[in-house]
Design a protein around this ligand. Structure first.
Ligand SMILES: Nc1nc2c(ncn2[C@@H]2O[C@H](COP(=O)(O)OP(=O)(O)OP(=O)(O)O)[C@@H](O)[C@H]2O)c(=O)[nH]1
Ligand SMILES: [Mg+2]
Length: 349
């Protein structure tokens, strides 16, 4: 085994058979010459690293991650600030493992919950080998004046960062004249001169194979961190709670979804029925919200429960009996120990 210096300054360990010499090194390949000079061999090196998906709320970061993986690991809703924690999704392909970190949308910090959410963004950025800002291309094509303000939290920091950066300009399915994008592309290139700009539609899964390749080439040489069949690091209990929260976001209006939290309090396999009994508590911030979650004649919570149960069954590949309770817990978004119990401050990882 010899340790080789790669052009990018990283080292790679490789078994060079006796009687062979290293001919050249490129980003992905080590060319080796047999000493007799009769035959050239190419050894692929393994690439593995972390990719931080970050950007303004509602840009499609979570949709993009699910589309890249071809499987749902993170919840998606039309409302901003859906994602609250760092969610890890793992893509493993031949010779490559990309560990994506989905993050909450970057907004102004208002209170402890949003502080914990923003902390998850900075922590993901710190861990990243590749930085992948995701922006809503359609929004900035139509309202170019919003770009600077929305990217203000990351523009300067990323301009000084030397790590590989791929900017995904998402939602390009929403306008047919693609030349409308040119001024936006120019401004992004000025802001981040070293970045690759990549227009895509996460919703239509448009352009994803090339994006996967781009990410793979930007990753450092390293051995894989996770088994090939592992798709996420989130425990199933957390994913079940997130599924319920997604349905709450979908069925509740105004400020109500932002004040809900879901905690799984019971999880039991029932031998007689072959079902998993899941008992979850939906916390709301105000007494009035409790009535809204329950709905007229219990209609809203019934719909939420039915939708969530279906999806959790798919996740667990088995029958689920889901019991939901609603409790009022005023000011929970400001309670550090409760936030910790819910998995904030990195505890889902
Ligand atoms: N038309 C269109 N809609 C998209 C696309 N990608 C995402 N969306 C929609 O945009 C909305 C927000 O998507 P999310 O994936 O939840 O966005 P996010 O960036 O994770 O949002 P936060 O977690 O709140 O920061 C959803 O309604 C998605 O269906 C896209 O390429 N085209
Ligand atoms: Mg999200």
């Amino acid at each position: 085994m010899v340790a080789l210096r790669c052009p990018a300054g990283r080292s790679v360990n490789l078994d060079v058979p006796p009687g062979h010499t290293v001919l050249s090194l490129t980003k992905n390949e080590v060319h080796i010459l047999r000493s007799a000079g009769l035959c050239r061999e190419t050894y692929m090196t393994y690439r593995c690293g972390r990719v931080a998906l970050l950007g303004p709320p509602n840009a499609g970061k979570s949709t993009l991650l699910n589309a890249i993986l071809g499987q749902k690991v993170t919840i998606v809703t039309p409302k901003p600030q859906t994602t609250r924690n760092q969610i890890v999704g793992i893509m493993t392909e031949e010779g490559v493992q990309a560990i994506f970190m989905d993050t909450p949308g970057l907004t102004q910090v208002r209170g402890r919950l949003s502080k914990a959410m923003i902390q998850a963004v900075w922590e993901s950025l710190r861990q990243a080998d590749v930085i992948m800002p995701v922006i809503d291309g359609n929004l900035y094509v139509r309202h170019s004046e919003l770009l600077e303000k929305d990217l203000a939290p990351i523009a300067g920091v990323l301009a000084r960062d030397e790590r590989p950066m791929i900017v995904v300009i998402n939602k390009i399915d929403l306008f047919s004249d693609k030349s409308l994008m040119l001024p936006l592309l120019e401004r992004l290139q000025e802001m981040w001169p070293g970045a690759e700009l990549y227009p895509a539609s996460a919703l239509l899964k448009d352009g994803l194979p090339d994006l996967r390749r781009l990410v793979a080439n930007a990753l450092p040489e390293a051995s894989k961190e996770f088994p090939e069949d592992q798709i996420s690091t989130a425990p199933v209990r957390f994913m079940a709670a997130e599924t319920i929260r997604e349905k709450l976001f979908l069925y509740l209006r105004q400020e109500v979804p932002y004040g809900v939290a879901v905690d799984i309090e019971g999880w039991e396999e029932i031998e007689e029925t072959g079902q998993t009994l899941i008992q979850a508590v939906i916390y709301v911030a105000k007494p009035l919200h409790k009535a809204m979650v329950i709905g007229k004649g219990g209609g809203t919570i019934k719909k939420i429960g039915t939708e969530a149960r279906k999806e959790i069954q798919e996740l667990l590949e088995g029958k689920v009996h889901l019991e939901l309770w609603v409790k009022v817990r005023e000011h929970w978004t400001e309670d550090p120990s409760f936030l910790r119990d819910l998995g904030f401050f990195g505890e889902t990882q």
